[in-house]
Design a protein around this ligand. Structure first.
Ligand code: DGL
Length: 252
């Protein structure tokens, strides 16, 4: 049985990579909805419908857990999907919030994400649930996902787009910035350059992989043995760019 991971495109690979690193015996089945990316500007109803379709596809493989490695889909569909299937479903928003609370010293946390994620208020709710004294500043950055889907992580154009997108955030008195979209860790370097060394950048990947591992352990479902798993990748659009990004990111 595998760990099923889904995203609107290549973003969830940032989570998949961490799952593979922390759980090297586990097989991963990944689905990226590259034909319909980005999810960010879509209505939450539509994102919920798309997520449901992908889950219907993945469930055929009889996975032991499903990881919704997309913040937009987590905000729109996590509760619905959790009720619909009878295996554990993990989202990326609560893990991201937990990681940020652990990292912050001042309690002033920034969140960047897609329009859907930011408008849902899901991060603010998750952070306030963990600690009512947290101050949250959020900003949607809709221009970033298309850059990542094009495999453009470091060009001048990317650097200036990242800088413009962070205009509303870079002078805020935060010490921690949640990369509230799983695509953004691909842009860690240019984002770090704009925000400066005093701001810690938090991705959900680490903590999501840890939650996955805890759940599998509790259910007695961690893979045993020393066979190297063969992962499977699917995408709904042209596989050429997807494959090239996946290969270089996962180092295969
Ligand atoms: N990677 C996704 C997220 O974490 C979705 C990006 C998009 O398709 O807009 O929100």
């Amino acid at each position: 049985q595998a760990i099923a991971i889904l995203d609107s495109g290549v973003g969830g690979l940032t989570v998949a990579k961490e799952v593979m690193r922390q759980l090297p015996r586990e097989k991963v089945i990944y689905f990226g909805d590259t034909a319909r990316t980005p999810y960010g500007p879509r209505s939450s109803e539509e994102v919920k419908q798309f997520t449901e379709q992908i889950v219907d596809f993945l469930i055929q493989f009889d996975p032991k857990v499903i990881v919704i490695a997309c913040n937009t889909a987590t905000a729109a569909a996590l509760d619905h999907i959790s009720q619909k299937v009878d295996i554990p479903v993990i989202g990326v928003i609560h893990p991201g919030a937990r990681a940020a609370i652990t990292a912050t010293k001042t309690g002033n946390i920034g969140v960047i994400g897609t329009i859907g994620t930011i408008n849902s208020g899901a991060y603010t709710a998750a952070l306030k649930q963990l600690s009512p004294y947290i101050n949250v500043m959020s900003q949607a950055c809709p221009a970033l996902v298309p850059l990542v889907e094009q495999g453009d992580f470091r060009s001048e154009h990317t650097r200036s787009t990242v800088s413009e997108s962070l205009n509303g955030m870079k002078d805020k008195p935060i010490d921690t910035l949640i990369l509230g979209c799983t695509h953004y860790p691909f842009l860690m370097e240019p984002i770090g350059q704009v925000m400066g060394p005093h701001v810690k950048l938090i991705s959900s990947a680490d903590e999501t992989a840890r939650e996955t591992s805890t759940i599998l352990y509790d259910k007695g479902k961690l893979a045993i043995g020393d066979e190297t798993p063969v992962h499977q990748f699917f995408c709904s659009g042209d596989p050429v760019m997807f494959q090239s990004i996946a290969r270089s990111w996962l180092g295969e």
